[in-house]
Design a protein around this ligand. Structure first.
Ligand SMILES: Nc1ncnc2c1ncn2[C@@H]1O[C@H](COP(=O)(O)OP(=O)(O)OP(=O)(O)O)[C@@H](O)[C@H]1O
Ligand SMILES: [Mg+2]
Length: 261
């Protein structure tokens, strides 16, 4: 059985692409047949961060009806298979997001996991991935604007018949003013599956077009991504996620903002 996860957020720049890349790579390294697909067809960068930006056939050509999905799959040395999107505006204009569901039905054969890197916002090409996934994972930063947009994405997911499976709390630091993972989970009514710390290794690895789980496997972020992969695939006992301690202004504000939500 293939499990399809859409990695979404609402707000841009929360770490969807990094989560797709690192969770996908970690799953592949656990021996799971995993495909990462870039559904951010307007602002694609999954291929870019993995060194696949020169790929001739991408999801753009597939969604334009000019190529078969089998021609747009690229396998990396880790075993992760990647379907990048093109970076040209013309390619984006020719791509029909309505074809995504049909593409997915062809992809699922033989895959254990498919991770869809979703675009930010609530455009049509962003909504379809929310509807076609078995579970949507929300990548949230510990700040109110990120949470507010993620709540919108959660509501939208449910409106289109999808399911939110959990939160990946990314770029967490030990700052006292930050919302704790427990509170974010409580306020949003969604379980926090893992906390990925703010870690300069993530960007350092990106400079080498290599996932942090490969380039700096012992870094804090890499370890967190590997825990998440183990949890999702059931290959390792759950470990407790880090939780902060403070309750301050932001917590109270968040509580009042999301009261009853
Ligand atoms: N845990 C982390 N620690 C430090 N930097 C991070 C972390 N996660 C992501 N980043 C950095 O934040 C930036 C945004 O990450 P990413 O591209 O994954 O976000 P995104 O949600 O896919 O953005 P977009 O909405 O534009 O598609 C990148 O420069 C990335 O290297
Ligand atoms: Mg992205």
């Amino acid at each position: 059985m293939t499990k399809v996860y859409t990695i979404a957020s609402g707000k841009g720049g929360t770490g969807k692409t990094m989560t797709t890349v690192n969770l996908g790579t970690a799953l592949a390294l656990l021996g799971k047949k995993t495909i990462a697909l870039d559904a951010d067809i307007g602002m694609a960068n999954l291929g870019l961060v993995l060194g696949l930006e020169k790929s001739k056939i991408t999801l753009h050509e597939v969604l334009a009806g000019k190529a078969d999905i089998s021609q747009a799959i690229y396998e990396l040395p880790t075993g992760l298979k990647v379907v990048p999107s093109g970076i040209s505006l013309q390619g984006f204009q020719n791509a029909d997001p309505d074809r995504l569901q049909e593409v997915m039905s062809k992809l699922v054969a033989g895959a254990d996991y498919i991770l869809i890197d979703a675009p930010a916002g609530i455009s049509k090409d962003g909504v379809i991935p929310l509807a076609i996934a078995d579970e949507v994972l929300l990548v949230v930063n510990p700040e109110l604007s990120s949470m507010a947009d993620a709540v919108k994405t959660k509501v939208l997911t449910e409106m289109v018949g999808g399911t939110v499976g959990g939160i990946v709390l990314n770029r967490a630091s030990a700052e006292k003013t930050e919302l704790t993972s427990q509170k974010i989970g409580d306020i949003m009514g969604v379980k926090v599956l893992e906390v990925i710390p703010e870690d300069p290794s993530v960007r350092r690895a990106a400079a080498f077009k290599t996932p942090v789980v490969v380039k700096y496997p012992d870094s804090q972020a890499a370890q967190a991504y590997k825990r998440l992969a183990a949890k999702i695939s059931g290959t390792k006992r759950d470990e407790p996620v880090a939780t902060g301690k403070s309750e301050g202004f932001i917590d109270r504000l968040a509580r009042s903002l999301f009261k009853g939500g």
